[in-house]
Design a protein around this ligand. Structure first.
Ligand SMILES: Cc1cc2nc3c(=O)[nH]c(=O)nc-3n(C[C@H](O)[C@H](O)[C@H](O)COP(=O)(O)OP(=O)(O)OC[C@H]3O[C@@H](n4cnc5c(N)ncnc54)[C@H](O)[C@@H]3O)c2cc1C
Length: 509
């Protein structure tokens, strides 16, 4: 195999002393770092194009921030769980690039939002809100405050257009409320408004005082979602009923993946890359595709030799990384109503919370509590037991007869050294070219991952597309470098799966 697993050190003082002699007739070799959907998509493309591909993954599993846990006896996604049906950019409804594969695999989706959605991923009729004392919020109030929130967000667009400098979404909301006192909410309605803000924070995985007003619509989430809801109406979001893992498994088929291989050093020179893993072994190839999370890059857990250029380092630090955690609870019986979301409203968005009712979508007695932003980091400071006790207190306020969970799971995406955050978001004042710099290659090093996605950062399909793009750029680079006129056949997996014509299996219970 071209990719060498070498114990010997080929570097002295950080420079190549000997460049490995390569048999030029053999296929070009690429090492992909990171076995999340982006790295696997990149490896898939290159594998199908007959390149030698080796994927190095630090964890003992593939999937990264896609993590379907089966210990409850049913699939529970502790990372990504929704498939956004459409790309929401520019008001155009392009199909999610993973939809053909999901169709082909026959994976059912449970649609959590449709044409009447006023919330980001759930229809209004399918959630129930409670105050801190466990009293149910009247549904009419939830509807009215939801409408007010939409108007507030619309008005923030004007604030954005009036100001040349960036500001946080919270600052913009406060300006809007000053200008339009009629949109201010009092008492319980104020708490409901905070709950909507909490839901918005969950989309960005960051607090509203951290989210950039200038970039939030470019970052694909909120405003496009509203446009989508209002104008396109053909998709909505779907929960992966059987979990996301089957998608990962299908894409990873036949790829040479080495688990428990944590990369600590990436050295490049003489048209080669040498990748060092934790136990000191080196792997050599013609190029590398780096798809580790932005949190890992920010923490400098991988040493680059030579150092990454200043513009790349600045881009990595200019992007924000948020946090979202899930606490999944399995009960022996269902004691809650048949709605999709159970929410708690509070005077501050920080104290609001919500549970996703997986029973409605999957038939299993499982609730998943979700926390985002600073609150998600604060939860990680607690032991599993005290975090579970904390959310059970909320549940018991809503349902005094609630039983104790028979099993639970707690994600810790913020402190997990293989993620160090849940996904990227735009910081206030972010330079406009940050994504261009993030995805730009450095010699024979190519960059993938959700954070470098062209237009759908923070999503599974964005991460997938970024891996595909990195692989295509890497392939082009290697073909040009070889000066070969022979066309290397690119049997793109993407093309292959696009041929599938099976309809998506979407249900609504
Ligand atoms: C709680 C949560 C909920 C989410 N919900 C959704 C959702 O509903 N819908 C949606 O579309 N998106 C969602 N996302 C976002 C989505 O999961 C990510 O955008 C996507 O999975 C990222 O894929 P990736 O390949 O870029 O990164 P990752 O999946 O993180 O893959 C990177 C890989 O690199 C590995 N790695 C790290 N360091 C090293 C190293 N030194 N050496 C070797 N390997 C290393 C990691 O172990 C990991 O496997 C959610 C994310 C989280 C955390």
């Amino acid at each position: 195999m071209e990719i060498k697993d070498s114990i010997s050190a080929d570097f002295v003082d950080g420079t190549f002393v000997s460049c490995i002699e390569r048999n030029r007739k053999s296929p070009s070799s690429v090492i992909v770092i990171g076995g999340g959907i982006s790295g696997i998509a990149a490896a898939r493309i290159l594998h199908n194009a007959s390149f030698e591909v080796l994927l190095l993954e630090s964890r003992d599993r593939i999937g990264g921030r896609i993590h379907t846990d089966y210990s409850f006896g049913c699939p529970v996604d502790m990372g990504a769980s929704w498939q956004v049906h459409a790309s929401l950019l520019h008001g155009v409804c392009n199909e999610n690039p993973l939809a053909p594969l999901i169709r082909r695999l026959g994976l059912p989706l449970y649609r959590t939002s449709g044409d009447n959605s006023v919330l980001y991923d759930h229809d209004l009729e399918s959630y129930m809100l409670f105050d801190m004392d466990g009293h149910q919020v009247p549904q009419q109030m939830a509807i009215e405050v939801g409408d007010a929130f939409k108007r507030i967000l619309k008005e923030t667009e004007k604030v954005r257009d009036e100001h040349s400098h960036d500001m946080s979404v919270l600052q913009a909301i406060l300006i809007v409320l000053d200008r339009h006192p009629e949109l201010r909410q009092e008492g319980l309605a104020h708490e409901v408004l905070q709950w909507y803000i909490c839901r918005m924070e969950a989309w960005f995985a960051a607090d509203v005082d951290m989210i950039s007003l200038k970039n939030w619509d470019e970052a694909s989430h909120m405003i496009h979602l509203f446009q989508f809801i209002e104008h396109v109406l053909s998709g909505g979001h779907g929960l992966m009923v059987q979990g996301y893992y089957p998608v990962i498994k299908a894409l990873a088929k036949d790829i040479d993946i080495r688990l428990n291989h944590r990369v600590t050093r990436v050295a490049s020179g003489c048209g080669e890359v040498m990748i060092t893993v934790e136990d000191g072994r080196n792997f050599v190839a013609d190029a590398a595709i780096i798809t580790v999370p932005i949190g890992v890059l920010k923490a400098n857990l991988i040493e680059f030799e030579p150092k990454l250029p200043e513009w790349k380092v600045a881009a990595i630090s200019d992007l924000g990384v948020g946090n979202e955690n899930k606490i999944a609870l399995r009960f022996d019986k269902v004691f809650w109503p048949n709605v999709e979301l159970l929410g708690t409203v509070a005077p501050r968005s920080y104290a609001c919370g919500y549970f996703l009712n997986l029973h409605k979508a999957t038939g299993h007695p499982v609730l998943v509590y979700m926390a985002a932003g600073r609150f998600a980091y604060d939860l990680e400071k607690q032991s599993d037991e005290s975090a579970v006790n904390f959310v059970m207190l909320q549940l018991k306020k809503m349902f005094p007869d609630a039983s104790e969970p028979v099993q639970y799971l707690f994600s810790r995406w913020g402190t997990d050294p293989d993620s160090l955050g849940c996904y990227s978001y735009d910081l206030v004042g972010k330079p406009t070219d940050v994504y261009d710099r993030l995805r730009a290659p450095v010699g024979n090093l190519f960059f993938g991952g959700e954070a470098v996605s062209m237009e759908n950062q923070g999503s599974v399909h964005g991460a997938y597309s970024s891996g595909v793009t990195a692989a295509e750029n890497c392939r082009r680079h290697l073909v040009e470098r070889r000066g070969s006129l022979e066309k290397i056949q690119l049997v793109s997996f993407r093309d292959e799966i696009l041929e599938a014509t099976v309809p998506l299996q979407i249900s609504r219970m």
